[in-house]
Design a protein around this ligand. Structure first.
Ligand code: F6R
Length: 258
């Protein structure tokens, strides 16, 4: 696991560099897209490069991590609407190139199976962007999630619903109780993973993710078993890391393989 502690202003550009390098090597790469506040700095940086014609996602594809259950297409808080506004409509993906799980399907189990199959048919995710919940979730894999789980329906914790009430006008009762989410096993299949976290509220979850024991209690800890993970955090999110000085040192003196 690479831990990179960087100023918030640099985080978007660092990940945009990674995405640009991937697309240069493989124009039809598959990106894994998180929703929420954390990836916005990445989407802004990528959108700027696309606007300046330095980067094109015209042949790339994207898969979202998760979706609320019961929000119809077009609902302003439905994640497919949010990712469209935050990212897809600002870049040059081909129509239909970005898919998400259908949280409004009549048969949610079938929709989950269908989603897993569509990721497989696309050849799997090359670069997965992740945020992390204050309770340690990635995607919506809440504490207690099986470390081998696949896409399925989950019940959100009270903490996640409270954290996300800001997207629902502050009304926690408007936040759905259920979601459809890629499983931890699904996420672990991505060839590369970049997790972004900023601010004090994420410090405890980041400390568990990087330095805690692997446990379903803090689901993000499963990433310790992935071979290519970068955790990108600002000083505040890194503030509870015991080995923060070492991570800074290791990054400043990283060995660049030729
Ligand atoms: C969203 C997702 C979640 C968020 C997490 C952090 O698709 O998968 O795991 O990444 O809840 O959300 P923010 O970034 O809004 O703090």
């Amino acid at each position: 696991m690479d831990v990179v502690i960087a100023p918030d202003e640099q985080i978007g550009e660092i990940v945009a560099d990674d995405i640009a390098a991937l697309i240069a090597a493989r124009p039809d790469a598959v990106l894994g897209l998180a929703t929420g506040s954390s990836p916005l700095r990445i989407y802004d940086a990528v959108a700027e490069r696309v606007a300046r014609k330095q980067l094109s996602l015209a042949r790339a594809r994207g898969f979202m991590l998760d979706e609320y259950v019961g929000l119809p297409p077009g609902h302003p808080c439905r994640y497919s609407t949010v990712i469209d506004e935050d990212f897809v409509s600002r870049v040059d993906f081909a129509p239909g190139a970005v898919r998400g799980p259908d949280g409004d399907a009549a048969d949610l189990t079938a929709a989950c199976t269908d989603y897993e199959e569509s990721i497989g048919e696309a050849g799997g995710v090359d670069l997965q962007i992740l945020g992390i919940g204050t309770d340690g979730h990635i995607a919506f894999n809440e504490p207690g999630s099986s470390l081998a789980s696949r896409t399925r329906v989950k019940t959100l914790t009270a903490q996640t619903r409270a954290d996300n009430a800001r997207f629902f006008g502050g009304d926690i009762d408007a936040v759905p109780r259920h979601c459809v989410t890629q499983g931890l096993g699904t996420i672990m299949d991505a060839r590369r993973i970049v997790l972004v976290a900023t601010g004090d509220a994420k410090a405890e979850a980041i400390a568990h993710l990087v330095e805690g024991p692997v446990s379903a209690r803090w689901p993000a800890t499963v990433l310790q078993h992935h071979r290519r993970v970068t955790v990108l955090v600002d000083d505040a999110a890194a503030s509870r890391l015991e080995l923060a000085d070492y991570y800074r040192h290791a990054h400043a003196h990283r060995h660049l393989v030729s």
